[in-house]
Design a protein around this ligand. Structure first.
Ligand code: SAM
Length: 406
């Protein structure tokens, strides 16, 4: 049994759901051992290809191997039993702490242990990290310091889960895809990380066909393209579609991708998607539709209600069409607005909309962890928060003759 520590970038529950969807889509047998602050410990029947896994996951910053779990009181003794921590003679190392932030005692224990250990081994090990006075998470600094070796310690009550990083998210590449693309539209664009999360929640895999029916300047499509997923994008705004074309062309060049992966990129109204995309031709859908107007201040309840009914109508009409384009068993990962209005928050009734569109709501963490749906992506500065839903087109019901129509 192989055990790994996953360190999440932000929104741990959503990032956990993404990782679980990724494993399930690929029939990777796993068990969630622990879920503590922004980390999860998984065990797998076979070892995983950490670099491949992390290249897919938008919500995971680091994957480490779990070396040991020990009571705080026994930690040094257990650490001492490990024969080697590094093969190199000269390296920079750091220690990242998770769980109970600011447990300086355990941090100091680890720092002193490794200082002594590496000195005894006569290696030129250079500690690069926070001093004990700094109580915050440390992995951001580890990035800046370009560490050769990064230890992870997750505090879990009296226990400490201890490991070392095997693979880290390619932050520079992700930043480049976001900031260097030729066409930008910050006010309406989704982040590349959330795009990757939606792609994984939709179950899309390399070689399959993903649709974004509200593609904007193509952020979700871009993230799918670098994963070698075939893509189709639709947007009602002609200028935006030409922006998406520009961005995808740039991406194809940057990453030496096959332009054949871009199946269709068209201007059109998703409420009439049937005219643009063939039935049952799509394996997965990841999208952020029109969430209503960009708000500068909190709206009155009445105004928010008007936006909600406009959005509900758009989602219902669109989802009915998207369902036709999607193959049976295909999933839709979709965001929806949760509007902060003066006097409360308003959301669309997604369960009702899904039912009326003939889709079912699925919970990606079912059987793994009790958690409420939908997931929410909310920052304090957001006036419109995002709900994240996963819907599925089930296998078709039996016909009157009793045969399955699939
Ligand atoms: C929130 S933005 C999507 C942003 C996109 N994910 C990106 O990163 O650029 C929603 C998009 O839906 C488009 N849209 C609104 N109504 C539409 C409709 N009926 N059919 C197709 N596109 C529509 C808008 O033009 C807008 O670009």
């Amino acid at each position: 049994m192989e055990k790994y520590i996953f360190v999440f970038a932000w929104n741990p529950l959503l990032s956990l759901a993404e990782a679980v969807s990724y494993f399930r889509t690929r029939n990777i047998k796993f068990k969630l051992e622990e879920y503590i602050s922004n980390t999860a410990i998984f065990s797998f029947e076979k070892s995983i290809n950490q670099s491949e896994v992390i290249s897919w996951l938008g919500g995971t910053l680091k994957i480490g191997e779990l070396i040991l779990t020990a009571k705080q009181a026994d930690l040094v003794e257990e650490l001492d039993k490990i024969t080697a921590y590094s093969d190199a003679d000269k390296f920079k190392y750091g220690i990242s702490m998770f769980g109970a932030h600011g447990d300086v005692a355990v941090f100091e224990l680890l720092r002193q242990f490794f200082k002594k250990r590496f000195k005894e081994e006569r290696t030129k090990a250079q500690y690069k990290g926070f001093s004990a006075a700094r109580k915050k998470l440390q992995h951001a600094l580890a990035e800046q310091q370009k560490l050769d070796l990064e230890f992870l310690a997750v505090l879990d009550g009296e226990d400490v889960h201890f490991g070392k990083v095997l693979a880290a998210s390619e932050l520079d590449e992700r930043r480049k895809r976001d900031k260097k693309r030729p066409v930008q539209r910050p006010s309406l664009s989704i982040s590349p990380r959330l795009s990757e999360i939606l792609i994984n929640l939709s179950g899309a895999q390399k070689g399959q066909h993903l649709l974004d029916p509200f593609c904007g300047i193509g952020t979700i499509l871009s993230e799918a393209l670098v994963k070698r997923i075939n893509i189709t994008g639709v947007d009602i705004d002609r200028n935006v579609v030409s922006g998406a074309k520009g961005n995808l062309k740039w991406l194809v060049k940057q990453y030496n991708l096959s332009p054949k992966l871009i199946k269709q990129l068209v201007q059109g109204d998703t409420k009439q998607l049937g005219k643009l995309v063939a039935e049952n031709s799509i394996d997965a859908v990841a999208t952020e539709p029109d969430l209503g107007p960009v708000l500068r201040k909190l709206p009155m309840i009445r105004e928010a209600q008007r936006t909600i009914s406009y959005v509900e109508d758009l989602y219902l009409k669109t989802l009915k069409e998207v369902k036709k384009a999607l193959r049976c068993g295909g999933k839709i990962a979709i965001t929806a607005p949760r509007i902060k209005a003066q006097g409360g928050k308003l959301s669309i009734d997604m369960k009702k909309i899904a039912r009326r569109a003939g889709l079912v709501v699925v919970h990606p963490l079912e059987g793994v962890l009790e958690a409420k749906m939908p997931f929410v992506d909310a920052r304090r500065r957001h006036k419109v928060e995002r709900e994240i839903w996963i819907l599925e087109k089930l296998l078709q019901p039996r016909t009157s003759s009793g045969n399955k129509t699939r």
